[in-house]
Design a protein around this ligand. Structure first.
Ligand code: SAM
Length: 281
C-alpha cells in the first residue's frame, strides 16, 4: 500500500498563532489564547492549547487530535453507527483513543466491558488533566485501560469482541501499523460472529487515494465493507471518512434499535446520509 500524504506539522508562525499545514499551500490556523501543555513522550510530542472558538485543543506530533468544541462530530461518528447496528453489543475493544472521547461514547450504551488499548500512557494522563470527559470514564467499572501496542495486543489476546473501534492517529509514526491490511486480517480472529469493526479512515479529500486502496482489500476480507462520512470542523478538508466492517451486519439496513438520547450529531437520518458516498470517492 503506498503511503498517503500525511497532514503536515503545526508551525508556530508568531507568538500566539499556530498553523497546521494541510498541504504545502493551505492550512488551518489557531490563535493561541494560552499554551497549557508541551512535552515529548517516548512516542510523540503532546501539546494542549486553549483557543477562543474550540476550547482546549490536543495535538500529537503537531496534528490536531481533538478539541473540546467539535469532538462530538468525530467521536459520535466513529462509535455510534457500530453500537447502534449491533443488536446487543456487550464487549467492546478500542485501539488508540487515549483522549477518551470514543470511550465516553461507548459507555453511553449498556455494554458489559470496554477495553481501551493505548500505546502512550502520557496521552491518557494529559487528556485526564485537560479534557473533562475522561475522568468519569476512568471511574466506570466497565472500562479497563491497557497500555500496549494495539497490534501486539490483538495477537496476544484470547478475548473476543462484539465491537472493535480503531481510533488511531494518521498513518504516520506509531499509528502506521493500524492502517495496514495485515492488522485488519488479525482483527478477524478476535471478533464474535456478529462482530463489527469501525475505524477512522482519514480525510475524504486529502486521503482519497488511500480510501480507494483500502476499499479493495476490505472488500476481499469482509462481507460488508462500507465507508461512511461525517464532518469534523478542525480536521483537514472538514469531511472525515470511517469504515464499517462486518461479516453479518449490513450497516445499510440502519440502526437495529432506538437511538440513545442526548447525542449531538448522530441520528437515524444522519446514519442513512453518512453511508451515501459522493461520486468522487
Ligand atoms: N481522532 C484522532 C485523530 O485522528 O486525530 C485520533 C485520536 S487518538 C488521540 C489516537 C491515539 O492512538 C493516540 O493517543 C496514540 O498514542 C494512539 N496510538 C498510536 N499508535 C498506536 C498503537 N500502535 N497502538 C495503540 N495506540 C496507538
Amino acid at each position: 500500500m503506498s503511503s498517503p500524504r500525511p497532514r503536515l506539522k503545526i508551525r508556530q508562525i508568531s507568538k500566539n498563532i499556530i498553523w497546521e499545514e494541510q498541504t504545502q499551500a493551505s492550512g488551518f490556523y489557531f490563535r493561541v489564547k494560552k499554551w497549557l501543555h508541551r512535552e515529548q513522550s517516548p512516542f510523540q510530542r503532546i501539546e494542549v492549547i486553549e483557543n477562543e472558538t474550540y476550547g482546549r485543543v490536543l495535538m500529537l506530533d503537531g496534528l490536531v487530535q481533538t478539541t473540546e468544541a467539535d469532538e462530538f462530530f468525530y467521536h459520535e461518528m466513529l462509535v455510534q453507527p457500530a453500537l447502534h447496528c449491533h443488536p446487543e453489543p456487550k464487549r467492546v475493544l478500542i485501539i488508540g483513543g487515549g483522549d477518551g472521547g470514543a470511550l465516553k461514547e461507548v459507555l453511553k450504551h449498556p455494554v458489559e466491558k470496554v477495553i481501551l488499548v493505548e500505546i502512550d500512557e502520557r496521552v491518557v494522563e494529559v487528556a485526564r488533566k485537560f479534557f473533562p470527559w475522561l475522568e468519569p470514564c476512568l471511574k466506570d467499572g466497565r472500562a479497563e485501560i491497557v497500555f500496549a501496542d494495539g497490534s501486539n495486543y490483538i495477537e496476544a489476546t484470547k478475548e473476543k469482541f462484539d465491537i472493535i473501534l480503531i481510533d488511531s492517529s494518521d498513518p504516520v509514526g506509531p499509528s502506521e501499523i493500524l492502517h495496514r491490511q495485515e492488522f485488519f486480517s488479525k482483527l478477524k480472529k478476535i471478533m464474535r460472529p456478529r462482530g463489527i469493526v469501525a475505524a477512522q479512515s482519514g480525510s475524504a479529500f486529502f486521503h482519497r487515494e488511500l480510501i480507494r486502496e483500502k476499499r479493495r482489500f476490505f472488500e476481499d476480507m469482509f462481507r460488508y465493507a462500507h465507508f461512511y462520512l461525517g464532518p469534523v470542523p478542525t480536521y483537514p478538508g472538514g469531511l472525515w471518512a470511517y469504515i464499517f466492517l462486518s461479516d453479518r451486519i449490513n450497516p445499510l439496513r440502519g440502526p437495529a434499535k432506538e437511538i440513545i438520547p442526548g447525542l449531538k450529531y448522530y441520528s437515524r437520518a444522519i446514519h442513512r446520509a453518512a453511508f451515501a458516498l459522493p461520486p468522487f470517492l
